[in-house]
Design a protein around this ligand. Structure first.
Ligand code: S3P
Length: 179
């Protein structure tokens, strides 16, 4: 059976972290982030892990973490790294929400940050924008295949998206439990 978690999935920079914090504020649930957990498991940054061990190693840690999430985490908002969909047990961990956005809208969003440069530096797969754009198109069908709910995020604030999720996902599943 599915755990009662909300999983936020989507490309880098789409706003999973801000949305998780907003949802946490509005629902009182704790929010966690898979990249933060991996950094604490490894005691080093994602950037360092990619540099020293390569992407395949990072993906293995994501898998290890996904086993723990399935076994141990309940009633939580889980914001995931953009490649976390590959772990294979997302459906068992919780209700998967794909935050959909075009690459251009993602870039616009990142560029509005004061610390945009720092944010880009932290993400090894955003180093080459041509490759990143290709990755968005390659991943799009994979995200769709894993998702229970798809939410279009362009031109919406985190608060608007959070309210949509509360109404369409959280309240509906609470209602089903009562019935
Ligand atoms: C990745 C996304 C990053 C991080 C890592 C790889 C990806 O997380 O997990 O750099 O493969 O898309 P964010 O989506 O939070 O930036």
């Amino acid at each position: 059976m599915k755990n009662n978690n909300i999983i936020l999935m989507g490309f880098m920079g789409v706003g999973k972290g801000s949305l998780a914090r907003e949802l946490s504020k509005l629902t009182g649930r704790v929010s966690i982030d898979t990249d933060d957990l991996i950094e604490s498991m490894e005691n080093r940054s994602i950037k360092k892990i990619f540099e020293k061990e390569g992407e395949a190693y990072f993906r293995e840690i994501e898998k290890k973490l996904s086993v723990w999430l399935e076994k141990s985490v309940k009633d939580t908002i889980i914001s995931t790294g953009g490649g976390f969909f590959h772990v294979g047990n997302l459906q068992e961990i919780g209700h998967v929400i794909y935050l959909e956005s075009s690459f251009n809208a993602i870039l616009d969003r990142i560029n509005t940050f004061e610390n945009a440069k720092k944010k880009l530096k932290k993400r090894p797969l955003l180093k080459n924008m041509t490759k990143a754009k290709e990755l968005v198109s390659q991943r799009h069908p994979k995200y769709i295949a894993c998702a229970d709910t798809i939410i279009q995020t362009e031109e919406k604030s985190s608060q608007q998206i959070a309210e949509e999720i509360i109404k369409d996902v959280i309240e509906k599943s609470a209602q089903k439990e009562v019935e």
